[in-house]
Design a protein around this ligand. Sequence first.
Ligand code: NAD
Length: 490
Amino acid sequence: MESKLFIDGKWCAPHDGGTLEVINPADERVFHRCAAGTAEDIDAAVAAAKAALAGPWSRTSGHDRAKYLRAIAAKIEEQKQALAEIEVRDNGKPLPEALWDVGDTAYCFNLYATYAEELDGRQGETISLPDDRFQTHMKYMPAGVAGLIVPWNYPLLMAAWKVAPALAAGCAVVLKPSEFTPLSALELARIAAEVGLPGGVLNVVTGYGATAGARLAAHPDVRKLAFTGSVPTGIAVASAAARDVKSVSLELGGKSPIVVFNDADIEQTVEWVMFGIFWNQGQVCSATSRMIVEKGIAPKLIDRLSEEAKKITIGDGMAPGILLGPLVSKNQYEKVLGYIDVGKSEATLVTGGARPSHLNEGYFLEPTIFADVSPNARIWKEEIFGPVLAVSTFQTEAEAVALANDSEFGLAAAVMSGDPARAARVADAFEAGVVWINCSQPTFLEAPWGGIKKSGIGRELGKWGLNNFLEPKQITKYASSDPWGWYLKG
Ligand code: NAD
């Protein structure tokens, strides 16, 4: 099967006829071919988005746009099972997780429909000034043509986090999904067409990062770039954006800590630590991949984690009862295996570290735990983006906080403690954009998402996500007949 690009409301062949192979990571087989869009295709998509912004789309109210967003959400809900199955074949994640992602995607479109309606009420809001001869009111303009570049770990959901607020704001967009997981973005395009979204408002160009992605980041007519992915690519995208002084938001990597005190509930801690590192095969930007545990509770907790990790069912995400699917690609598999080799020389392997013996094809890996990891170890400092937990111990609260914050990343952090005052203190001390107390990973689309340090610039989700795609304009009027005279009189 082969698919095309979605530009100006039409399915188009790529400029040079190039294709990219889509591989099912559970069996390593090519099951689809997508168009590999080129710089010329990106140019066509940006031109279509620009033309859409010059047409009736620019005169839509937030209420008008909300109708499209709600219609998209309804279709996604209706087609939840089919969309989730596409996500499983493309990415490898277990079906229940994919179903959850698709449900959250629909929720995201509905949420931004509400924000789009509220935006109408914000248009014209006044700002109180200290001089009553002047009146200032606000207009919130769409940022313009938005380039949206997304990764492979939550293909549809990451696209929704950007497409929904961008459309709510009134932008027209060009979406570039990951070359590893391009299919659900094309389904989103199909759904947008089915609900009658005007041509050019949502364009989807599948293709490689170095060609299609780089051209989108550098295109002079793109006014807003929203990127999620790795730090090196984020830096390249931000550098390209700087050349045209484009607005840019970056959601990048992480190496998030989970600090566990002796007074934590051990069974709850086991559950949250496991979820925090093994969910989505550990391919989660906010995965709590560094466990910093107080010395007293450490031996028991590591034993319990090891016991539970061995029970995790691994296999094809389409099979019932599977908790851990394959990693997304051969590249990612080899990268994570490489880190496991490094870990074996730096720390103590507690469990896992190899391909499960019952699976001889697919990018499968046992849930892996390393203990005695030093703060200088590569597996402690670098983002692995796989089901690999690194464990270190501490004796004092100050030591725990220092270890947690000793990272170039600052996306997320978690603390497990039975002492609410201590948990609150540690939460305040974390250098991170997202902090969890007595849990890890729950993410609500109403709350801001994003990190500090090398984890990114700006916030997505909630009203922060909408503001990403708006340019505020103040209009200040002199509302007095008195001569102003200040400049002339000195
Ligand atoms: P990646 O940086 O390799 O690719 C991300 C996207 O950028 C893909 O669509 C890719 O094609 C494109 N791209 C690659 N080179 C490009 C270039 N030169 N110019 C423009 N675009 C280019 O990242 P990945 O491997 O797909 O995703 C994993 C990374 O994403 C991890 O580091 C993870 O932490 C991060 N991530 C962060 C968040 C967050 O919210 N902070 C969420 C999910 C993933």
